[in-house]
Design a protein around this ligand. Structure first.
Ligand code: TXA
Ligand code: MG
Length: 344
């Protein structure tokens, strides 16, 4: 199956498919989403089936610009209005108390709901056509559970070949070009404001500094009782090839030891390393936004090189890199012991 161009006709068809309970993959400014009618529990169940994701994991509900928050959430604090005013449409998800009539399928049985208004024009057009702009599209990232999020329509097609087309779970994949931001939305929990204050569940393009400036307080890091978020599992966003983070000072040495053991590498770095013998190499920009834009496409490309390892040159640890460092740390989590074993 091919991705669909975003003509008005294809968008109207996609909105109809959603209304009839099917899934549609669509671009957002962060990553591609796999969408279903948020108010149709059977449709939401199809997302879990297609992704192979446990059904107690909540999904984000995407809303059209100007949507009525009070239809979806209750006990809405002023902070939610201030943040949505400041950052919507855009890459910020608010966790609020779920309104009683919203099915708990979207929140994996928790009493909250994640809401976000995306800024990508195709996502907005789709949301405006779907239920005449009054619906919500439940959409996690359009990848199999635990794998790298898609930033291009072709990534979605690669990932879901079996589920596409007539008789499949996914009616269409809308092609809106490469997602600008490249990593998933920042998630802030406002559902326990009176007891815990605002809590940052997932860092992203909207930074802690930007959130603090609007909220007047710095959001806290998640505690044990914070609402569960699958993007916050230790191991997530991982390619099939083990990913290892290596500090720039150690890179040459690590590569030569690996070489002496007959191991092949693929490399992701900002600096150029002509001296290193890599099977594949992705060079990314030295600014956090540029790096985030290319990160997932780069990991997918390096994964295809069939090297023994993907080495990623470590980045600065300052706040501007928080979102990117969070994704890299999780991509590398399962392979954190591999290097030690090979180098010993
Ligand atoms: O940028 C994004 O957020 C993308 C695009 C498609 O919008 N979506 C995305 O969805 O990353 P997903 O499912 O891959 O990650 C959504 C995160 C998960 O970690 C999920 O657990 C969390 O949001 N989430 C959604 N609703 C929640 C809720 N009610 N309480 C706590 N976490 C929630
Ligand atoms: Mg995801």
């Amino acid at each position: 199956m091919k991705a669909a161009d975003c003509t008005p006709c294809n968008l109207a068809e996609a909105a109809e498919a959603l209304e009839s309970g099917l899934l549609v993959a669509f671009p957002t400014e962060t990553v591609y989403g796999l969408g279903a009618d948020a108010e149709n529990p059977e449709a939401v169940a199809r997302i879990y089936e297609a992704k192979g994701r446990p059904s107690d994991h909540p999904v984000i509900v995407h809303l059209a610009p100007g949507a009525d928050l009070s239809y979806w959430a209750k006990d809405i604090p002023d902070a939610a209005l201030q943040l949505s005013e400041a950052f919507w449409p855009g890459p910020l998800t608010l966790i609020l108390k779920r309104a009683d009539h919203i099915p708990d399928a979207v929140s994996g049985g928790q009493d909250t709901v994640g809401l976000r208004c995306p800024s990508h024009p195709v996502a907005q057009e789709l949301l405006k056509s779907f239920k005449a702009g009054r619906g919500g599209i439940a959409a996690p990232s359009a990848n199999k559970f635990g794998r790298v999020s898609p930033t291009k329509a072709e990534h979605v097609i690669e990932e879901f070949e079996q589920e596409l087309g007539p008789g499949g779970l996914i009616a269409s994949v809308l092609d809106g070009g490469q997602s600008d931001v490249g990593i998933e939305s920042t998630i802030i929990d406002l559902s326990r404001l009176s007891t815990h204050g605002p809590v940052l569940l997932r860092p992203g393009h909207i930074s802690v500094d930007q959130l603090s400036a609007v909220l007047g307080v710095v959001p806290a890091m998640p505690d044990a009782a914070a609402p569960r978020a699958s993007g916050t599992l230790e191991s997530h966003y991982a390619p099939r090839t083990p990913v290892i983070l290596v500090s720039p000072d150690e890179l040459d040495q690590v590569v030569s030891v690996l070489e002496s053991k007959g191991k092949t590498i693929a490399l992701m770095s900002c600096q150029s390393h002509p001296e290193l013998n890599a099977k594949a190499w992705t060079q990314l920009p030295t600014d956090p936004a540029g790096y985030a834009f290319g990160l997932y496409a780069g990991l997918r490309e390096l994964d295809q090189a069939s090297a023994d390892l993907i080495l990623v040159e470590q980045l600065p640890s300052d706040a501007a890199w928080q979102g990117v460092n969070d994704r890299l740390r999780r991509a590398a989590f399962d392979s954190r012991h591999v290097l030690g074993e090979w180098l010993s």
